[in-house]
Design a protein around this ligand. Sequence first.
Ligand SMILES: NC(=O)c1ccc[n+]([C@@H]2O[C@H](COP(=O)([O-])OP(=O)(O)OC[C@H]3O[C@@H](n4cnc5c(N)ncnc54)[C@H](O)[C@@H]3O)[C@@H](O)[C@H]2O)c1
Length: 278
Amino acid sequence: MGRVQGKVALITGAARGQGRAHALRLAQEGADIVAVDVADDPYGWLPYPAATPADLAETVRLVEAEDRRIIARKADVRDRPALQAVVDEAIAEFGHIDVVCANAGISPMGPKAWEITPEQWDDVIGVNFTGVWNTTSVVIPHMIERQSGSIIITASGAAVRPVPNLSDYSGAKAGVVGFMKSLAQEVGRYRIRVNVIAPCTVNTPMIQHDSLYKLFCPGIAEPTREDVMEVLRRRVNLIPEPWIEPVDVANAALWLASDEARYVTGVVLPVDLGVCIK
Ligand SMILES: NC(=O)c1ccc[n+]([C@@H]2O[C@H](COP(=O)([O-])OP(=O)(O)OC[C@H]3O[C@@H](n4cnc5c(N)ncnc54)[C@H](O)[C@@H]3O)[C@@H](O)[C@H]2O)c1
């Protein structure tokens, strides 16, 4: 038997990166998947390419290759009625949702707090903070009926150890930590668990671009990927690796989703090469 055999997991931001790794890892351990992603660029200012419908289709292919079922829908986590429609469809199809991975997120890069445009501010708070509220809110009534559930919210090391040039992102990620702790208190009596994962730099398209390279290497005019790897390995992380892989975060999500973590709630779980205690 798989570690999450028979469970159904709803994952936002599932088209690629960590969300896709969550979908695949949970499917490998027996879960059926409800994959949600905007799979588009509704922002116009992202410093890296947005995910596409082809990315979401690849997640479907990978999950089906594990002989698990998957519903994949394009939806924006800021759009609560769209999320509700996906949840209703999933419950009609699968009968239940046991796990929620509120993983969708966007990362700005560059502006100082006072230079952030109101549009970018609203996008980052809307997706990374309000999106988590929306995602959890549309599933919790169902989980209360079932008297069980595991909610896993992806924050960031930037919530615990904020960095400059990411104040909107850090604020949103710190916000979901507070939200998680409050929510965990509200739903514990229904045997619903709520936890946060706080990853350090993860090797996804979100971080592999010039703006972030410049942030990590302010002393180098045109830093390369190798320059960044060197800085992260030697100066930033306790364990001398530049970054972790999506599967490293997915393994933590798998554990929190599984009954192995049945009495774990209200925690912030770092998966971070020790960066937050350095
Ligand atoms: N990559 C890192 O270094 C890192 C570190 C810590 C935390 N995180 C967080 O991990 C999560 C996953 O990021 P990733 O590294 O896989 O990046 P990614 O860009 O590869 O994946 C993010 C996914 O979220 C989707 N998404 C964006 N806006 C959305 C919206 N409005 N509605 C629905 N889906 C939307 C994107 O289309 C994409 O598929 C994010 O919350 C991110 O903030 C990332």
